[in-house]
Ligand binder design. Structure first.
Ligand code: NAD
Length: 354
């Protein structure tokens, strides 16, 4: 099994290094993993004048999954749009048709205090948001600003989903639920929007193939409220691009710690790009203080979803829980009475528990 390691910019290389050490440790334990690095984002611009160099795409094509750090930084902010670091990520998503964005929101008991919600509401939360990433009103045509028949300027976008697009994300949701508590809540606005009534009908139809998974439906306004009222009622939430954009950010903040949250973007063949949800954090880059746990947990997702190594994924997640239980904290999750450690020391602790 081969993994393309695209560390990127800012804290990207520091945090990715720790995840690579974890994967290497598993490899010495019998898992056959080969890893190769290539530049992306600003590093791609520096190395080859392109945020997604040819060689990087080729390496990714020859791999089973991509482990991605983060891209971007002040040095690149004045470049023309096609040269900007984030284009490297957007082009990778497009190139590999990564339509399913998985964002778990997990609140470890030890970090429940970090949330802005009451600890008893979030402690033990383990929720997976599955957001469709390549369709919906973000890509629908026509769109623009025009002058209408009354001579007024108006802006317009088109919400659009094809049946195959809904089917494949619904399958992803039911399959992901099978690896969890087997409950899917599909979020829509079927009371108002035709597109999302269609979404509900298609998801309901796909569900016929998954008798072992429970399916419920919820309107997006209610889902936004339920996420802060009682988030632990959810197992998997599946929704379209726009609703998912908003709900996944809301859900990530239930946990209160940006340095802890992993993500995956998958295509129909379970090829995936795995990355922490945070950015390149230029303010702390090079200082050795960034939290590597989101990236290490992204590597666990890579093992689970692209390499089908559930046992290895669980081992990594257990080791992360273990270091938190030991009281180790990086600066972003620091708390009185606990030991604050740097990026590498946190990596060392995870390795020791593995
Ligand atoms: P950011 O996520 O990089 O940082 C926000 C804040 O969180 C900063 O104070 C940072 O120090 C802190 N932080 C982030 N990750 C951390 C970690 N692992 N440990 C400790 N603290 C952490 O967001 P930003 O500052 O808005 O963006 C910085 C750059 O990252 C920009 O160039 C932006 O375009 C880019 N970005 C990239 C991605 C990506 O690569 N997927 C995502 C978001 C932003």
């Amino acid at each position: 099994m081969k993994i393309a390691v695209l560390a990127g910019d800012g804290i990207g290389p520091e945090i990715t290094e720790q995840a690579v050490r974890v994967l290497k440790a598993l490899a010495t334990d019998g898992l056959r993993i080969e890893m190769e690095q290539a530049p992306v984002g600003g590093a791609g611009v520096d190395a080859a004048g392109d945020p997604l160099p040819e060689g990087t795409v080729r390496l990714a094509e020859q791999s089973d999954a991509i482990l991605f750090g983060a891209v971007g930084g002040p040095k690149y902010d004045t470049l023309a749009r096609p040269q900007r670091p984030e284009q490297g990520l957007l082009r990778l998503r497009k190139h590999f048709d990564l339509f399913a964005n998985l964002r778990p929101a997990i609140v470890y008991e030890e970090l429940a205090h970090a949330s802005t919600l009451k600890p008893e509401v979030v402690a033990g939360l383990d929720l997976l948001i599955l957001r469709e990433l390549t369709g919906d009103i973000y890509f629908g045509q026509p769109r623009g600003v025009r002058v209408n028949e009354a001579g007024e300027r108006e802006g317009f976008d088109t919400m659009r989903y094809t049946e195959p697009e809904i089917r494949r994300i619904a399958h992803s949701a039911f399959l992901a639920a099978r690896k969890r508590a087997r409950r899917v809540c599909s979020v829509d606005k079927a009371n108002v929007l035709e597109t999302t009534q269609f979404w509900r009908d298609v998801v309901t139809d796909v569900h016929k193939e998954y008798g072992d998974v429970e399916l419920t439906h919820m309107y997006v306004d209610n889902a936004a409220m339920q996420l802060v009222r009682n988030p632990k009622q959810f197992d998997v939430i599946v929704t379209g691009n726009m609703f998912g954009d908003i709900l996944s950010d809301e859900a990530s903040m239930l946990t209160g710690s940006i340095g802890m949250l992993p993500s995956a973007s998958l295509n129909a063949k379970n090829f995936g790009l795995y990355e922490p949800i945070h950015g390149s954090a230029p303010d702390i880059a090079g200082k050795g203080v960034a939290n590597p746990l989101a990236t290490i947990l992204s590597a666990a997702m890579l093992l689970r979803y692209s390499l089908n190594q559930e046992e290895a994924a669980l081992r990594v997640e257990k080791a992360v829980r273990g270091v938190l239980a030991q009281g180790l904290r990086t600066a972003d999750i620091a708390e009185p009475g606990k030991r604050t450690v740097g990026t590498r020391e946190m990596g060392d602790a995870v390795l020791a528990l593995l």
